[in-house]
Design a protein around this ligand. Sequence first.
Ligand SMILES: [Zn+2]
Length: 341
Amino acid sequence: MKLLCTDKNQSVTADPGDPAIRQTVCPYCRTSDWTDLGNCCELAELGSPDTPEVIREIAEASRDSKLAQCDRCGLLFRCPQPSRDDLRRLYRNLPATIWRYDSSSMGSWMTAKKHLLSQHPGSQPVSVLDVGAFDGGFLKCLPDTWRKYAVEPSPLGQEELRKSKIRWIADSAEDVVLDSEPDGFDVVTLFDVFEHLPDPAETLRVLADLVKPAGRLMVSTCNARHWSWRMMRGQHWYLHSVQHVCFANPAFFRSWGQQHGMKVESHFSHAHQIAGSTARLKHSLEVVHAWATQNGKYYLSRLIQSLPGMGHMAHKQGVVFANTLQDHQLVVFRRLESSTP
Ligand SMILES: [Zn+2]
């Protein structure tokens, strides 16, 4: 018997031979020592009648998953989480959907664009590779003179890319061949992908390899240190999909950068969706209300319900999709001139 899970109130021992327990090692550093942060929220895949059967079956296996935090590297992860094979099956069976984003409302894209333009103000062309680019929405925000490349597995996304001046080069980052940019890319970006990674160590290593010396790797994902994460833990809206399995805080990325010759040049907090102060205040109150209700602080719940425009919370059930809060982070790594990631 091995001690697997501890928190302030309990210690749990489990048989490491149990197949369910074998899935519960940290997906980054593989330790089995983690802290239990509570049950994860209901999965959207289980609540929708349109979910394909194969995806429903995979989500069903994660119905009672917990949010865990690795005691060694600090990564938060779904526990247990779908195996790598199950995730592959899940993505193969996703309904073909064309994602249309209003680029001006995308917090990650706008923050990254502003930073890149400030770092490359001249007319010198810059080579940028977006991993998980879909139809190239982010790349289209950048100057026409820059050399733009996309990694995208979806046939629908590739079809859209062919209509643009963006060059599709591979299905996955592992398959990229550095022919056009033999020294690597000036910039490699990864938006809203990190949380899907079954093996974040391997993917980050591959991405760092694609960056030229002194180039930049930009990763945008949730920030598990944001106050809404610390209040909601497993009930945070970002856990609503079984596709989301890894959640990082700034310290995790700083530590990874130090170990791989990738210095954190800048760190930005941003919202998933850019919105005005009224929408942000409403989402903040909704999160506090959900926390108060879950923790029996009914006086606080009633107080929030009594505020103008908040009466609907009296009947609110399920996850609060507070996607206008600054609960995301953009980490900009600069590859050291002499480093080998
Ligand atoms: Zn770990």
